[in-house]
Design a protein around this ligand. Structure first.
Ligand SMILES: Nc1nc2c(ncn2[C@@H]2O[C@H](COP(=O)(O)OP(=O)(O)OP(=O)(O)O)[C@@H](O)[C@H]2O)c(=O)[nH]1
Ligand SMILES: [Mg+2]
Length: 209
């Protein structure tokens, strides 16, 4: 089992020229504003205030790197779909994220977060298309599962499995995991997925030293 013994904020990146010098493997957190990316990252690390969370959407604007166990990165991506963002910034976001995903090799896994109470938005579906296109392995994380009655959650998961069957069987989707910061449900499952992907990804030359 993966045990997170240290987790520290490393740096914010607004431009791909600012990427960390030390190319370690990366686990990405992707999803619309307010879906719970920073909350999930904090919960996995067992640290309440590592990544800033907020009831106000659009809090995380840069790509934030956290170094975990001095071994790999958790990368909190800026949320999308926030209505008040000007069009020009939105175009900048698209370019940044797509260029970021194109880098390929350092990315071990992405967590694509979707609110368990809502249908995937067109931007969620676009993100999933990008992950498929760039062959980034990902898990769908259904957040805020505590807000759904148990029976409804089961139906929601079944619905996702059906809808994204081809991504699950032939594509890059490695599972659908309900998650809640309130109950902690999903935490162990996600840590296991992270560990599996860190193990299977080839070690970079720098890490092998
Ligand atoms: N009940 C409940 N609330 C949650 C859960 N996860 C997140 N929240 C709440 O949802 C709000 C947004 O969470 P964040 O983690 O800041 O969301 P984010 O995706 O990082 O948002 P941006 O940084 O704006 O993109 C906060 O008020 C959290 O407390 C959950 O599992 N259950
Ligand atoms: Mg955030």
């Amino acid at each position: 089992m993966l045990k997170i013994t240290s987790a520290e904020f490393l740096q914010g990146v607004a431009d791909l020229r600012q990427l960390p010098k030390n190319a370690l493997r990366e686990i990405l957190f992707i999803g619309r504003s307010n879906v719970g990316k920073s909350s999930l990252l904090n919960k996995l690390c067992g640290k309440k205030n590592l990544a800033r969370t907020s009831a106000t959407p659009g809090k995380t604007r840069e790509i934030n790197y956290y170094i975990i166990n001095n071994q790999f990165y958790f990368v909190d991506l800026p949320g999308y779909g926030y209505a008040k963002v000007p069009e020009q910034m939105r175009a900048g976001w698209k370019r940044l994220i797509e260029d970021f995903l194109k880098r390929g090799e350092p990315i071990s896994l992405a967590m694509q977060l979707i609110d368990s109470r809502q249908e995937p938005t067109p931007l969620d579906l676009m993100m999933m298309d990008w992950l498929e296109y760039y062959e980034v392995p990902y898990v769908l994380v259904l957040t805020k599962a505590d807000k759904l009655p148990f029976s409804k959650l089961g139906k929601t998961i079944e619905g996702y499995k059906e809808r994204f069957q081809s991504q699950l069987t032939e594509g890059s989707c490695h599972g659908i995991v309900p998650f809640s910061i309130v109950s902690g449900d999903g935490k162990q499952d996600l840590l296991k997925v992270v560990l599996d992907h860190l193990k299977s990804a080839p070690l970079s030359k720098k890490e092998a030293v």
